[in-house]
Design a protein around this ligand. Sequence first.
Ligand SMILES: Cc1cc2nc3c(=O)[nH]c(=O)nc-3n(C[C@H](O)[C@H](O)[C@H](O)COP(=O)(O)OP(=O)(O)OC[C@H]3O[C@@H](n4cnc5c(N)ncnc54)[C@H](O)[C@@H]3O)c2cc1C
Ligand code: FES
Length: 295
Amino acid sequence: MREIGGTRNISGPFQHAPDSDSECLKPIAEMICPVFDHQWLNDDYKHLVVEAPVRALAAQPGQFFHLLCRESDDVAPYLRRPMSVYRIDRDQGRIEFLYKVVGEGTRILAELKPGDGLNAVGPLGRGFDLSSKPEHILLLARGVGLATLAPLAEAARERGIGVDAILSARSSDVLMSVDYLRQSSAIVTTVTDDPDDTHGDSGVDKVEEMVRHIAKEKGTGLFATCGSNRLLQMLRKVGVELGISGQVALEQQMGCGLGMCYCCVRPFQNTVGEIDYRRVCIDGPVFDLQETVSW
Ligand SMILES: Cc1cc2nc3c(=O)[nH]c(=O)nc-3n(C[C@H](O)[C@H](O)[C@H](O)COP(=O)(O)OP(=O)(O)OC[C@H]3O[C@@H](n4cnc5c(N)ncnc54)[C@H](O)[C@@H]3O)c2cc1C
Ligand code: FES
């Protein structure tokens, strides 16, 4: 592993972030990370592996980096693009991202070649919290949401926590990370709309049945989800009924990613049922499942 020069401390709200021992209190920095590998996984998704300095390797599941998408010195979208950490390989000194190419920024990102430098700011935000020491967690991801949830399986394994993961996707072509999750000792169930899918379809009712079954059989202590509003709403309902707490990683368009511009504000419901407004980049992106409101 090599430390990459030129990192720059960014002072900001994280320096005096409130009332929590969240990993987001760790120092954040702007850094240039040499690209180690960059491959298409299918028509839509790319897997990017970069060499990262030690401070970036402190990233926790659910945290993200703000990536500069630069085609040349002249052509670059003004705003960075937020991307969750998909894997943190502390032994090799690498961080991995799994992302869907959707627009200008990610199209430019997709052009990076091994040896190029990725300009990243991070690690940012508050990640998942396993401090309640559940014996079993159930991950529920749709589409690219699994990029955010996958490292949580590894973190859970390191703590001796059992993991089941339900991965939902429109087709098996875009189902990814099954092997990575299984390597992390997760029991993986996949649901797609493919006609030959043994589970029938990826509809919410079907997934709810699976969630209830696994939660009762395994004594789930925590739900974690990302990637679908409909699955989020279903998990909230099941969580209340079965008395299981949950966490959700939210995606919101961002400006600064540092808590200063208020571009990422959205409504939440506090513990007494009142609506309050929080910044996804700094108060999240991981939030208590029951505090989210529909969008
Ligand atoms: C904390 C966080 C973590 C994320 N992690 C991942 C990840 O691991 N993998 C991944 O593929 N994507 C992830 N995203 C979404 C990713 O940031 C956007 O897809 C990306 O910024 C789009 O940039 P673009 O320039 O290619 O597209 P744009 O041209 O900016 O937009 C293309 C389309 O994507 C939508 N979009 C843009 N930004 C976001 C956003 N932040 N959230 C939701 N929709 C958006 C736009 O409304 C538009 O419809 C994450 C977003 C957040 C906030
Ligand atoms: S993106 Fe600027 S405050 Fe969240």
